[in-house]
Design a binder for this molecule. Structure first.
Ligand code: F58
Length: 798
């Protein structure tokens, strides 16, 4: 698609020098690593612009349907190396940089992560943007350009401390500011009737200003746009007040507007019923919809034809105000008949659900909704009665507005033509437990699209050692057709191949050990099992069960120090929501236990625990390729899908896991014999909870768990404050909602199997390689192809 000749290292070096001089304004002799990183990014960005324009032209010339992905989060991470890989220029960039006497890794690692997301949901949005570009699906991502992304985590005395993230302190080389693309967004005010029609008069307004980032696909064949909105005041400061010396009051409108896109909500677990959050959600959605309609009308297309040209995907319910807003624009602003506007909106919209946890389901008090968005509150009521009229059998307890609350899940369901879950199990549970009645009224509306991950970032970029072995074995091209990894299978009988496979793993483990030695001051044995659990801290993910089992291993080693043990390194990573006390206590416990075990002379390097601070996308890229064992141990029925589980297995780690989320499908793909399964099933979990004493019973049946809890309660890991974990232990005995006790013994014996299996290196190597070979299904290209076919009704433009 691009006519520009492929650069050589020399020509690229000249471009970098050009940007250092003319974009950074630095003499090469005095340029810093930051300057060089910016210059390289700008040189690469220059190469993205042409395919980007070409893709846009083709989309409009061919009258193609456009997909709009609305998400409050895009957890993109670093962009430079990813762009270099997709342009096929990583090696060229590296030689150019080294030719300038610079260190490649220092340049790459100078880039801050774009951390505009909390966890899985935000990272999924980033993988999907990359896959849409790789598949040539014309699309736009819409999000918020938060000034501060997810907080940074530090540890002080073993406790999490949060500090603000500041990615925009430096220039962001991938974005283009578009001050000409700005829309007014209203809040509050009242609804009046003009010529017999409702008309909303907002009481407050802000401007949404666009910042565009190109998203380049695999092999640079297509590029889409990620458009992030930044809030600006509609009027600058009040000059009259300013001239009277009242500087603070003069700046008020500005301050008000800017709070809107100031921070990402750091809570990945509970829905936070805060006015600012609702305003942020509307801000994103309203700006996106005005932009979508403006573009559609500018192409001289009728609003009747909107569903033919536009698909809008809501990433969870956070942008679910899109239904009422689109209906408002079509009917109040463009004069479409109201019911027809509803039907048009439904044809355009799709909703992806990412959670069944009741505390994460959004609902807004009708009072708040009516105050912040008075016209939308009316429209929501009208949608609800329209739905009731059309479904006279609808039970009385079903509906969007109940108990003076707007239920955003029901709203998103009713205003979408497709609702999808993110793994086969999760989708079944949506049908059975979350929307059973709506599912009966709308058979076929709920469908599954199992999550996926981009193999470009999560294998090719993060794991050069394994990628090169794969290329040497089956050639190039698997990055864009991940099912081709199956071609590795015949080589799995070849011991030379397996040796190389394990050598690649060993290289990654050594790199990780070197980084941990330097950052944590802990020496790791690369022959040990690298056993990793990285993800947000949440009780349902059961990091607690992992650390309890670790304590039991330690205890056993102390009781019987002469026995033969398989050395292990337990690595943890992840952030707790700032207000989530129980999760923070679990972090503290892990840290306290690490302190004791890592300094126990009886143990040596047979057991080590590390918990590096500030887990993020770039840390994941370091850790995952070095894992032998992937911990996916959530209570069955609670993890909607998981995507970390996919990244680990693709990189040749074996999973120890429950039948939860996408673990079920991973196990089907890689083979039950290459997966360490334990624990209750989702049905058994429900059954078990009927026993109010389940925790007590389980603990009484496990002397090992009793000992572990006793040690914690006695302050073995918190001698300076022996009662520190009394709450936690009390909760284990008396509540244990996530069934840590009930699954503990099953988990522990599965871990014993891991030790035995790891002892047979040849057979472990086979199992690990089979995991890589059979993970093709989990490419986000497969997932996006599914969305295109089943939800968006569109095809590739390539
Ligand atoms: C995650 N949800 C699911 N939510 O927990 C995970 O199983 C799934 O793989 C992933 O989505 C992608 O489908 C998740 O990350 C959030 O972070 C929300 C942020 C805003 C508040 C509510 C939770």
């Amino acid at each position: 698609m691009t006519n520009t000749p492929t650069p050589t290292a020399e020509s690229l070096r000249d471009k970098i020098l050009h940007h250092v001089t003319y974009s950074m304004g630095k003499d090469a002799k005095h340029a810093s690593i930051y300057d060089w990183r910016m210059a390289l990014s700008l040189a690469l960005r220059d190469r993205v612009v042409e395919p980007w324009f070409a893709a846009t032209r083709k989309t409009w010339d061919q009258g193609r349907k456009r997909v709009y992905y609305l998400s409050m989060e895009f957890l993109s991470g670093r962009m430079l190396e990813d762009a270099a890989i997709n342009l096929g220029l990583r090696a060229t960039c590296r030689s150019a940089i080294e030719g300038l006497g610079l260190d490649w890794y220092e340049v790459i690692e100078n880039e801050p992560d774009a951390a505009l997301g909390n966890g899985g949901l935000g990272r999924l949005a980033a993988c999907y943007m990359e896959s849409m570009a790789s598949l040539g699906c014309p699309g736009y991502g819409y999000g918020i350009r938060y000034e501060h992304g997810l907080f940074k985590q530090r540890f002080e005395g073993g406790q999490q401390v949060e500090t603000p993230e500041d990615w925009l302190k430096q220039r962001h080389p991938w974005e283009f500011e578009r001050p000409e693309s700005a829309y007014e967004i209203g809040f509050k005010g009242y609804v009046e009737t003009v010529d017999g029609k409702p008309h909303w008069v907002p009481g407050e307004t802000v401007l949404a200003e666009a910042y565009d980032m190109p998203v380049i696909g695999w092999q640079g064949k297509w590029a889409n746009t990620l458009r992030l909105w930044s809030a600006k005041p509609t009027e600058m400061f009040d000059l009259a007040r300013f001239n009277h010396g009242d500087y603070a009051a003069a700046a008020e409108p500005e301050a008000l507007a800017r709070t809107l896109s100031r921070v990402l909500y750091p809570d990945d677990t509970t829905y936070a019923g805060k006015e600012l959050r609702l305003k942020q959600e509307y801000f994103l959605t309203a700006a996106a919809l005005q932009d979508i309609l403006r573009r559609h009308l500018a192409a001289d297309l009728s609003l009747e034809a909107l569903p033919k040209h536009v698909a809008i995907q809501m990433n969870d319910t956070h942008p679910a105000i899109a239904g009422p807003e689109l209906i408002r624009l079509l009917s109040d602003v463009h004069g479409m008949e109201f019911e027809h506007a509803i039907e048009t909106a439904v044809q355009c919209l799709g909703y992806t659900n990412h959670t069944l946890l009741p505390e994460a389901l959004e609902h807004w008090a009708t009072y708040l909704m009516g105050t912040v968005l008075p016209r939308h509150m009316q429209i929501i009521e009208k949608i609800d009665s329209w739905h009731r009229r059309n479904h006279p059998n609808r039970p009385h307890f079903v509906g969007i507005v109940k108990h003076q609350e707007v239920r955003m899940g029901e709203l998103a369901f009713i205003t979408s033509h497709k609702v999808n879950g993110v793994s086969a199990l999760h989708t079944e549970l949506i049908k059975k437990n979350l929307f059973p009645e709506l599912n009966k009224l709308h058979p076929g509306r709920i469908i599954n699209q199992t999550n996926g991950i981009t193999p470009r970032r999560w294998l090719r970029m993060a794991n050069p050692a394994l990628s090169h072995l794969i290329i040497d074995t089956i050639g190039e091209g698997w990055e864009g057709d991940l099912d081709r990894l199956r071609e590795l299978e015949p080589h799995i009988e070849d011991s030379a191949f397996l040796d190389k496979f394990m050598a690649a793993k060993r290289t990654n483990k050594e790199h990780l050990a070197a980084w941990i030695a330097q950052s944590e001051g802990i020496t790791l044995n690369p022959d040990a099992i690298f056993d990793i659990q990285v993800k947000r801290l949440h009780e349902y993910k059961r990091q607690l069960m992992n650390i309890l089992q670790t304590i039991s291993e330690w205890h056993e080693m102390r009781e019987n120090p002469q026995a033969d043990y398989q050395p292990r390194v337990k690595i943890f990573g992840g952030k707790a929501a700032p207000g989530y006390y129980a999760a923070k206590q679990i972090i503290r416990l892990i840290k306290d236990v690490a302190e004791v075990i890592n300094n126990d002379p009886l143990i040596g390097d047979r057991l080590k625990i590390v918990y590096p601070a500030n887990y993020n996308v770039s840390m994941a890229e370091r850790l995952i390729p070095a894992a032998d064992l992937s911990e996916q141990i959530s209570t069955a029925g609670k993890e909607a899908s998981g995507t970390g589980n996919m990244k680990f297995a693709l990189n040749g780690a074996l999973t120890i896991g429950t039948l939860d989320g996408a673990n079920v499908e991973i196990r089907e793909q890689v083979g039950a014999e290459n997966f360490f399964l334990f624990g209750l099933t989702a049905d058994e979990v429900m059954e078990r909870r009927r026993d109010p004493e389940h925790a007590r019973h389980a603990i009484l049946e496990s002397p090992v768990l009793q000992d572990v809890l006793q040690m914690i309660a006695e302050g073995r890991f918190s001698p300076d404050e022996p009662e520190r974990y009394h709450d936690l232990v009390h909760n284990m005995w008396n509540s244990d909602y996530f069934l840590v006790a009930s699954d503990f013994e099953s988990y522990r014996s599965s871990q014993k199997e891991v030790d035995v299996a790891f002892g047979d290196r040849a057979s472990w190597a086979k199992m690990a390689a089979l995991n890589t070979a059979r993970m093709g299904f989990f490419s986000s290209d497969r997932a996006i192809a599914g969305y295109m076919r089943d939800i968006w009704d569109t095809t590739s433009a390539l």
